[in-house]
Design a protein around this ligand. Structure first.
Ligand SMILES: Cc1cc2nc3c(=O)[nH]c(=O)nc-3n(C[C@H](O)[C@H](O)[C@H](O)COP(=O)(O)OP(=O)(O)OC[C@H]3O[C@@H](n4cnc5c(N)ncnc54)[C@H](O)[C@@H]3O)c2cc1C
Length: 369
């Protein structure tokens, strides 16, 4: 009775690893043609997800690739007022370190047998005990786990729910090799997270392990057609940057200088989420984990929940290796409760970001007294 995991992202890999350390085989089907086919980009803030890495026997290796200094934080207002600066002491515990997504995925992949992942297998449908892939191939399965992310194809087997736009549209940009190319801006951003929160807009800059600073510019309370209506010419990166600088009118010149220094990566990202507290009736033979089950606003819970889901399902299957329905029901009970709480908290933070005076509200959140 094969356990088939669709999607070799963080959640699917965590599940495969926890099964592996408990002596249970699984097959991962991943649509990407190889592990390096697509840049994984960006840093992840890993906190509760460390429990999953402990279950996976990988916590020491995780600490070796985690960036403690990535916990540094600066919070500013659009006129340049610095509201909060937290610098991480060298001996601070790694409570919420940042890790390069590619490094974390690499750690999980390297911890599995060579043939655990079937690359180039894009799942399309399941029926009569068979999985169907885009290249026409099929595979049998006893349990199907949809770990196929925000746009999950497996999800439709369990629920009609679909991610919906949450009134946020983000643009991803970045400055490569910032220490060499723009040392002044590098010093301004610092070693970790740099947030400027204005009314209806935010700029989030973050230093990555490879010296790139990734920048997310978000527009709140905007409709799904914001990008088509905004006149940002994404096909012409220089003109797109100029238009974004126009949209930041009234912001301190240091912030627009950050946008002007970016390279030609200018990617629109409309933000969607699943309903908070989504559940489905337990169905023998199929379940979901990670973003496929509970896509949340991007405020730092998604990867942590995906890792915890993978570990929880792995442990439930190890406890009931001959009884998938019991294992899945136990996993879903715990997962629904834990991820609903995380989704409620994410929605509260999202509301703060979208509200007038977001910067002062976030300051009160970080510094309640
Ligand atoms: C810019 C950004 C920053 C973020 N920062 C953080 C953070 O700091 N902390 C945090 O906790 N979370 C963060 N998140 C959220 C986090 O990245 C996700 O919640 C997490 O990656 C979900 O893991 P997953 O395994 O469910 O899905 P994914 O990591 O998306 O993996 C899904 C996998 O399934 C594969 N796949 C998809 N469809 C198919 C198919 N049909 N057949 C086969 N394979 C398929 C995909 O190729 C992919 O490999 C961030 C997200 C973004 C976009």
């Amino acid at each position: 009775m094969t356990i088939a995991i669709v999607g070799a992202g963080l959640g699917g890999l965590a599940l495969a690893r926890v099964l592996h350390v408990n002596g249970i085989d699984a097959v991962l089907y991943e649509r990407e043609p190889s592990r390096d086919a697509r840049g994984q980009g960006g840093m992840l803030d890993i906190h509760s997800g460390q429990r999953a890495l402990r279950e996976a026997g990988l916590i020491d290796q995780f600490h070796a690739i985690a960036r403690g200094e990535g916990q540094d934080m600066r919070l500013l207002e659009p006129d340049g007022t610095l509201l909060l600066q937290e610098d991480t002491p060298d001996d601070a515990p790694l409570e919420r370190p940042e890790v390069d997504r590619a490094d974390l995925r690499g750690l999980l992949l390297d911890s599995l047998p060579e043939d655990a992942v079937r690359w180039g297998h894009a799942f399309t449908s399941a029926g009569d005990g068979l999985l169907h892939f885009a290249d026409g191939s099929t595979a049998t399965y006893g349990l199907l786990v949809g770990a196929d992310g925000a746009q999950s194809r497996v999800r439709a087997l369990l629920t009609d729910a679909r991610p919906a736009h949450i009134g946020q549209n983000a643009v991803e940009l970045g400055i490569p090799d910032i220490d060499r190319t723009h040392p002044d801006l590098a010093a301004m951003v610092g070693r970790g997270n740099y947030w400027v929160l204005g009314d209806g807009m935010s700029l989030a800059a973050q230093r990555n392990g490879d010296g790139r600073v990734r920048i997310g510019l978000s527009f709140y309370n905007t409709a799904e057609d914001f990008f088509s209506a905004s006149g940002i010419p994404f096909g012409d990166p220089a003109a797109a940057r100029a238009r974004l600088i126009d949209l930041l009118s009234g912001w301190d010149a240091r912030f627009t200088a950050l946008i002007a220094a970016c390279d030609d990566t200018v990617v629109p990202r409309p933000i969607t989420a699943l309903p908070v507290g989504l559940t489905w009736p337990s169905t023998p033979g199929v379940t979901l984990l990670g973003d496929a089950a509970h896509l949340m606003p991007p405020v730092g819970e998604g990867a942590n929940m995906a890792l915890l889901d993978g570990a929880a399902l792995g442990l439930a299957l190890a406890a009931h290796p001959d009884d998938f329905p019991t294992a899945v029901a136990a996993y879903e009970r715990e997962m629904f409760e834990r991820t609903s709480a995380a989704a409620r908290m994410s929605a509260r933070i999202q509301d703060m970001l979208m509200s007038p005076d977001a910067a002062r509200k976030m300051l009160a959140f970080f510094r309640p007294d």
